[in-house]
Design a protein around this ligand. Structure first.
Ligand code: 13P
Length: 334
């Protein structure tokens, strides 16, 4: 393990006023999103769409890293430049999603376990050769009737820790992402309790597996009421609950925390991050690693006219990057 390399990469990912764009949707997931804007899920459409995003002029002003899917890391621009090279030239650190998805957890109806550890060492070796410097693994925790179970939380924490250790062995910074889903009618207190337990279980597994926390980034879900909860929360409530939860579960030595957007509106995702940074006082920088929260407006526009709206799509991504970059400093004005 090269400690300096891990620390340097984590520091570059957490550059002040910048965040990460998550464009690592699997072929199935991107297919659903493209379908929703009327675009056929072909390899060439996926490539063109991601070229639109990654070649956005000056994207590196507000974006420190991008998480790609396996297919994208192997692709190039129309003109033949590999995406990893485009990113390096733009000052954007290339990252790669390495899990193979959340599958039903046997014996625990309604719960999921993320798979993808088999052969991961060899896959990471190849990704490093292709230029990846960080990776992502997403675990999914569902809130519902009598769930999550402790078994689900522990099994996912264990998988995240094994993944993180394998990444660091190859000099790759692991983003560990235990996502507590927004689906459901639970209240914000329930989300708080589940998120705190999930994050504590994760860090105890990371300790057990000797993962270097200085070379690890947490991708956290915000503490929110469920989408169907009759009582929604103000931005202040979300920010305070999320900060309290992180303070109680996350070691201060971690180099940074980035949030997922998780199905929040663009405005909510940005506002919540901004309010947290205005409150401030955390030992870690707080930034974003949004997928939908960075892309949904741009994808919709591009989908209306793939050629005609190529540049308009880029302007939309740039505007989202700027708003979120300002929120990472607590300077978003809306
Ligand atoms: P969202 O921001 O759309 O939740 O996606 C982030 C992500 O990378 C999920 O794994």
């Amino acid at each position: 393990m090269n400690i300096d390399q891990l620390v340097d990469t984590a520091e570059a990912m957490m550059a002040p006023g910048k965040g990460i764009i998550a464009i690592d949707e699997s072929t199935g997931t991107i297919g659903k999103r493209l379908g929703a804007v009327g675009v056929e899920n072909t390899e060439e459409n996926r490539r063109t769409y991601r070229e639109m995003l990654l070649t956005t002029p000056n994207l590196g002003d507000y974006i420190s890293g991008a998480i790609l899917y396996d297919e994208t890391l192997r692709q190039s621009t129309r003109a033949g430049t590999p995406f990893s090279e485009v990113m390096r030239d733009a000052g954007i650190v290339p990252g790669i999603k390495v899990d193979s998805g959340a599958k039903p957890l046997a014996g625990f109806p309604g719960e999921k376990i993320t798979e993808g550890l088999d052969g991961l060492r060899e896959r990471l070796e190849e990704y490093v050769r292709m230029g990846a410097r960080f990776a992502k693994w997403r675990a999914v925790i569902t809130i519902g009737d009598a769930i999550p179970s402790e078994t689900c939380i522990r099994a996912n924490a264990h998988a995240l820790a094994r993944y993180a250790a394998l990444c660091q062995e190859q000099g790759v910074v692991p983003i560990v992402e235990p996502e507590v889903l927004m689906e459901g009618d639970h209240d914000i207190e329930t989300c708080y309790a589940v998120t705190e337990e999930t994050q504590r279980a994760l860090f105890s597994a990371l300790y057990e597996h000797d993962v270097l926390l200085e070379g690890t980034i947490l991708k956290a879900s915000m503490v929110l009421p469920g989408k169907d909860c009759p009582e929604q929360a103000s931005a202040d409530e979300v920010a305070h609950a999320t900060l309290r939860c992180l303070a109680s579960a996350v070691p201060a030595i971690l180099p940074g925390i980035v949030f997922l957007s998780g199905g929040q509106s663009d405005e909510d995702a940005t506002r919540h991050l901004d309010v947290m940074n205005r409150i401030g006082g955390t030992p870690w920088p707080l930034s974003f690693s949004y997928g939908r929260g960075m892309q949904q407006a741009a994808m919709k526009l591009w989908g209306e006219d793939m050629q005609g709206n190529f540049e308009a799509g880029q302007q939309t991504v740039y505007a989202r990057a700027r708003d979120n970059g300002l929120a990472a400093l607590g300077q978003y004005v809306g």
